[in-house]
Design a binder for this molecule. Structure first.
Ligand SMILES: NC(=O)c1ccc[n+]([C@@H]2O[C@H](COP(=O)([O-])OP(=O)(O)OC[C@H]3O[C@@H](n4cnc5c(N)ncnc54)[C@H](O)[C@@H]3O)[C@@H](O)[C@H]2O)c1
Ligand SMILES: N[C@H](CO)Cc1c[nH]c[nH+]1
Ligand SMILES: [Zn+2]
Length: 425
């Protein structure tokens, strides 16, 4: 645990340490990822093969998953898993369909000037599905369902090959989601291939999905060449507690996030020192016998428990802008009124993050490392463009002509002014 302290006693360095969570030293990562991007851009499939051998230990001839591989995947996945993926699909689809239904085209009409916004999907989306320290068939659902609901024509998935057999449940989830193509390819090289295109991998218009530091850095570096969703790196949770909070639940939820990655981070804020001590002891005790203990112990090092007034807890949470925020206080809806920055918010004692990770319907691809200050999680809107439209009658043009020509001439752009004047002669 990096910090266990009263909020009032935190110095600037300690606050910064909490806000920085797991910030990896980018001096080491940037050159590695930069080289990967350059190599893939220049050498395409041959570079992809080289990196897949180097980082995933797999010799690969064909990146594209075949029909036969999908059939084999179904044979190897428990029918209960298939059913659960289908049920989760239903809930996630329903939630995202509601997002689409609430996205409206609209128009304004004023003095012969009609303006408005229309809605159009992005045409090609690449969905990155992680597969390093854990498998993420659920991320197939979370990335491809909103794309499909938005009306994206071509939705492709890439995920690390994980041995020659691939990750069966990821393939099954992709089939359930009617993904157009699936590729056995992970890491920064997968992001590069989707950004630039190779002999095997199509260039896309937007790349979305979570991933480790290599994947997230690659996404940031190809931004501009393609659209990206936002940085969705190592998982994090901040839990706001008070005297009423059940400490067992806090410990469980802490571990559920920590098990994702040694770089995952968890912050607990609570209203008294006694409660903070109780929570700390319970977390340490629970971690002792936890599965995936090795990862959890490392993630604990990126974590903090702090205590102060409820207002201070809320302020700290807003400043931290967590990927997931759990409010396990007496009146969570009251606290919610003051929350400004969080990727996804879980209220009360019976809404642990894993329900949103898998099946309640909300999306689990969420901004990390403070990006919830400026981004929302993945949604149908991520895959939607909103071109503006205008149409003017002659009278409409007349009514606005003076304003337009005056500003155009003030900018020295006389031909802009003429485009108006020439029509009204
Ligand atoms: N924020 C979100 O919405 C969200 C959702 C789900 C998961 N996650 C996070 O996604 C991450 C998944 O990470 P992961 O590692 O399990 O899977 P991953 O697929 O992101 O990364 C695995 C790939 O990383 C590459 N790689 C590994 N070591 C490398 C090295 N030394 N140099 C270059 N490339 C290397 C390999 O190519 C490998 O295929 C976790 O941090 C998890 O917390 C975030
Ligand atoms: N908690 C992760 C987002 O940080 C999402 C996830 C997928 N599977 C399990 N959990
Ligand atoms: Zn999770």
């Amino acid at each position: 645990m990096i910090i266990f302290k009263k909020i009032d006693d935190l110095n600037e360095e300690e606050i910064q340490k909490i806000m920085d969570r797991n910030k990896t030293n980018m001096d080491n990562i940037l050159p590695i990822v930069g080289d990967i991007l350059k190599n893939v851009r220049e050498n395409k499939d041959s570079a992809l093969k080289e990196y897949t051998k180097k980082f995933d230990g797999v010799d690969i001839e064909n990146f594209r998953v075949t029909k036969e591989e999908i059939e084999t995947a179904y044979e190897n996945v428990d029918s209960k898993v298939v059913c659960s993926l289908e049920q989760a699909h239903e809930n996630i689809y329903e939630f995202h369909k509601a997002q689409l239904d609430n996205l409206k085209e609209w128009a304004l009409e004023k003095d012969g000037i009609s303006t408005g916004q229309i809605i159009r999907p992005i045409e090609k989306a690449g969905c990155y599905v992680p597969g390093g320290k854990a498998f993420y068939p659920s991320s197939v659902l979370m990335t491809t369902i909103p794309a499909k609901v938005a009306g994206v024509k071509e939705v492709v998935v890439t995920s690390p090959p994980n041995g020659t057999k691939g990750n069966y449940a990821t393939l099954v989830a992709s089939d359930i989601c009617k993904v157009d193509s699936i590729f056995k390819l992970g890491g920064a090289q997968a992001i590069a291939s989707l950004a630039y295109g190779t002999e095997s991998i199509p260039k896309v218009d937007i790349i979305v999905g979570p991933g480790n530091i290599f994947v997230t850095t690659a996404k940031k570096l190809v931004y501009g060449e393609v659209a990206i969703d936002f940085p969705a790196g190592p998982s994090e949770v901040l839990i706001i507690c008070d005297e009423e909070t059940n400490v067992d639940y806090v410990a469980l939820d802490f571990l559920a996030q920590a098990e994702h990655d040694p770089n995952a981070s968890c912050v607990i804020t609570t209203t008294s020192e006694d409660k903070a001590v109780e929570i700390k002891n319970r977390i340490i005790e629970t971690a002792q016998n936890a599965k995936r203990k090795e990862i959890i112990v490392k993630a604990l090092e990126n974590s903090a428990i702090v205590y102060g007034s409820l207002d201070q807890c809320i302020d700290l949470s807003n400043e931290y802008a967590p990927e997931h925020l759990e409010i396990m206080t007496k009146n969570p809806r009251e606290v919610l009124k003051y929350i400004n920055n969080a990727g996804s918010i879980f209220l009360g004692h019976y809404a642990p993050v894993p329900v949103g990770d898998y099946a309640s319907g909300t999306n689990h691809v969420l901004p990390t490392s403070g990006c919830a200050k400026m981004y929302s999680g993945l949604s149908v809107e991520t895959f939607i463009k909103k071109p503006t439209v205008q149409e003017l009658t002659r009278d409409g043009l007349k009514s606005i002509a003076d304003v337009v020509t005056t500003i155009a001439e003030a900018e020295g752009l006389y031909n802009h002014a003429e485009a108006i004047k020439g029509r009204l002669k």
